[in-house]
Each structure stands twice: as C-alpha cells, then as structure tokens.
Design a protein around this ligand. Structure first.
Ligand code: NAD
Ligand code: GLY
Length: 368
C-alpha cells in the first residue's frame, strides 16, 4: 500500500492507495473517533461494496443512505436527505460521514459533512477512477444549482482517503475511460515524464492491468496532493487543475449533464485548450498532435451528441466561477508538462479553437 500525505497547515491527512483495502477495517477505524457513522452511497456501488464496508463497522451505530444515480443526485434535495437522516438518527458532532462512491457521492457527502452542526468529520472511499485520482482529494465539496455546476459548496477536507483500486473492476467501461482524462491532465499540466509514460502504457491502462493502474492512480494522487498542499483554497497553483475544465463545464451545462460524462467533457476541453495553446504558438504542432493522439488512443474523443456552437459555449464560459471582472482566466499549456494561467485572450481566438475541435474529423461517434 502507498501512503501519500496531503500536507495542510491545520489538517494534514493520508491517502492510502492499494489493493483489497476495503477488506481491511483497521484502516478506516483508525480514522473514526466517535461511535456513529453514516455511509452515503449509490445503488450501483452498494450492491458490490456496502456489506464489505459495513462488516468492519458493526460495533458502531452505522446508518446508510442510498442517493439517486447520476449528476442529478448532486443537488440540494439529496444534501437535505443526508442531513435529515443524520438528524433523525441522532448523529452527534462526533459522527463521521463516509462517502462510498464516485465524485457525485463524494462531493455531496463532503458538503453535508461541511454543514452538519457546522462541520463534522468525513472519510472518502472513492470508487470511480475520477474520484480516485481527483475528486476525493483536496476538500472541494459542492452541489449544483440550476444556474451552474458546483455553485453551492465549501472547502472541507476529509480525515483520510481510502483508494482501493480493486473496486475499479466493476466500473462500467465508459466511466473508466472518463477517468483517464483527469490522469492525462496531470501529465499535461505538471509532469512531462508521466505524460510519456502514459503514451507508452495506455493500452495496459485501458485493459485495467492492476500494477499499471496502481502506478497511474498513485502517481496522479501524489500530483494532486502536492498541488493541494501548496494551495488549499485555489489562490494560485491549484487553478492549474482546471486545465480543460472551463471548456468542459460549458459543454456539460450546454448538454444539461446528459449524454456527456465529466471526463469526456474535460477531454474535449483539454483538446480545445491545447488547440488554443498551439494557435497562440505556446506549444508546437508536434506537441499538439501528441496530445490529440493520446486522447484519441484513450477513446476519449468520442461524442454521442451534437456539440454546442462556439458562441453558446463562450456565453456559458463567461458564467464560470473563474471569471474575474468580466475576463476569462484560461489555463493553457506552455509545453507538455507545464500549464499557466492566461488572461485577456481575444474571444475570437477562443471561439476558433472551440470550432476547430468541434468540427474536427478526429471526433468519432460513440457507439453503444
Ligand atoms: P459518478 O459519481 O456519477 O459515478 C458514475 C457512476 O458509476 C454512478 O452510476 C456510480 O454509481 C457508478 N459507480 C461508482 N463506482 C462504481 C464501481 N466501483 N462499480 C460500479 N459502478 C460504480 O461520476 P464520477 O465521474 O466519479 O464523478 C463526477 C462528479 O465528480 C462530477 O459531479 C464532478 O463535478 C465531480 N468532480 C469533483 C471534483 C472535486 O474536486 N471535488 C473533481 C472532479 C470531479
Ligand atoms: N478538481 C479540481 C480541484 O480539486 O481543484
């Protein structure tokens, strides 16, 4: 098992990455201080892993709540359902919430933990690739509002993150592929060597070879932990993690979170940001082509829907949380392995990059 530490001034915590960690209750018990826990999960996850987790917690008051499925579960009603169960079951301030699931479960559970009695402990047990390499780490918690994604939330760090790569075996293929986008992101923004490793190992990763997965997940978690340790509240370097996301969130919003997965939207967003970086001569054409090739080999440049127009996307991008004084801050690439924040890009150049990816023949239709 690898242990990676998120080093924060007031609250450092471990990320455990390994195999069969759900079968090791000592690990989770060492981070539970009270006598009560509430497990928050979803049906798809519960059917495989809930009883294994509960087995080790049988001496505690252990309640559970099954959220509805999909991005639509990340809403204030599901958040309130969690608060209701906590109140109805008499949970005290010493309780621990356990998020057993993907990014949706992790984000809404973390936000409930941030708010219940002004903040209680929580543990993240991520079960999707996106959650293992990104969302479970770093304390960003939120629910969506009809006006935008993640519009209501808080920074609230977990007690620990327990990442068992074996649970990825049951993850549907499209969900797994979606997670590869966030892994590729680390190579692009801060680690050229890792990007090259991904180019050489993408087939093994797609086949979910366990040792390849262990390396990719641990390395990604380490990169995320390092960035969060330097900038917990996103005043600086943490914003680089948004590479591809301003475009991606606009895509998700335009599609009303239907027919496009988060990682797929991020991958298209990274392609658009790479195109813009190339058109501004920040990266070479060869680097741009390497990026597109890796995204394509990862089966990420497949779409099921008609992508929104560049002007529709630009309107949505201007609503992003990263807009300051009406100006878009975009994360672009200086080279593979080095991202920077850029302001004042002419809108027409952004639109042209969007349009170029949107209409590119490299996009293929996703079949089911
Ligand atoms: P998800 O949480 O919706 O999970 C996808 C599906 O897979 C669900 O149906 C779920 O029940 C199922 N599932 C989960 N684990 C499984 C397993 N092991 N076996 C079988 N089925 C399983 O999707 P996601 O991609 O994990 O998360 C996306 C969300 O994460 C978005 O809301 C996004 O905004 C958020 N996110 C947050 C951060 C952050 O920093 N907080 C970072 C990235 C993404
Ligand atoms: N997923 C972006 C962040 O955690 O900052």
């Amino acid at each position: 098992m690898n242990t990676i530490t998120v080093k924060l001034q007031n609250h450092s915590y471990p990320i455990y990455v390994g195999e069969q960690l759900l079968q090791n209750p000592e690990l989770i018990l060492s981070h539970i201080t009270g006598h009560q826990v509430l497990i928050v999960t979803q049906a798809n996850v519960a059917q495989h892993y809930l009883s294994i987790l509960k087995h080790g917690l049988s001496h505690l008051q252990c309640n559970e709540i099954i959220l509805s499925d999909g991005e639509q579960a990340k809403n204030i009603t599901e958040w309130q359902n969690i608060i209701n169960v906590l109140l109805q079951s008499g949970h005290e301030r010493t309780t621990t919430l356990i998020a057993l699931g993907g990014g949706v479960v992790g984000d809404v559970t973390g936000f409930a933990a941030a708010c219940y009695q002004r903040g209680v402990n929580h543990i993240q047990i991520p079960t999707t690739l996106i959650a293992q390499v990104d969302s479970a780490i770093g304390g960003k918690t939120a629910v969506n509002h009809s006006h935008g994604k993640n519009m209501i939330g808080a920074f609230h760090q977990p007690q620990c993150v327990i990442t068992d790569v074996n649970v990825l075996k049951t993850l549907p293929n499209r969900e797994f592929i979606s997670g590869l986008a966030e892994i590729i992101k680390y190579g692009l923004i801060c680690d050229a060597e890792f990007f090259a490793w991904l180019e050489n190992n993408i087939e093994k990763l797609l086949s979910r070879d366990i040792s390849t997965l262990l390396y990719a997940v641990s390395h990604s978690a380490l990169q995320k932990a390092n960035i969060v340790s330097q900038d917990e509240k996103e005043f600086g370097i943490r914003s680089l993690l948004n590479f591809g996301h301003t475009f991606g969130h606009a895509l998700e919003t335009a599609c009303a979170y239907q027919n496009i997965f988060h990682g797929e939207a991020v991958a298209l967003g990274m392609a658009m940001a790479a195109k813009l970086s190339a058109s501004l001569s920040m990266i070479s054409l060869t680097e741009y082509e390497r990026i597109i090739q890796l995204l394509k080999k990862s089966e990420l440049l497949k779409v099921q829907i008609q992508l929104p127009s560049a002007s529709e996307m630009l309107t949505l991008m201007m609503r992003d949380k990263k807009v300051r004084a009406g100006k878009l801050n975009l994360i672009l690439l200086n080279k593979i392995g080095q991202a920077i924040k850029v302001q004042d890009i002419v809108e027409a150049q952004i639109a042209s990059a969007i349009e170029s990816i949107r209409t590119d023949k490299l996009l293929s239709v996703r079949e089911f």
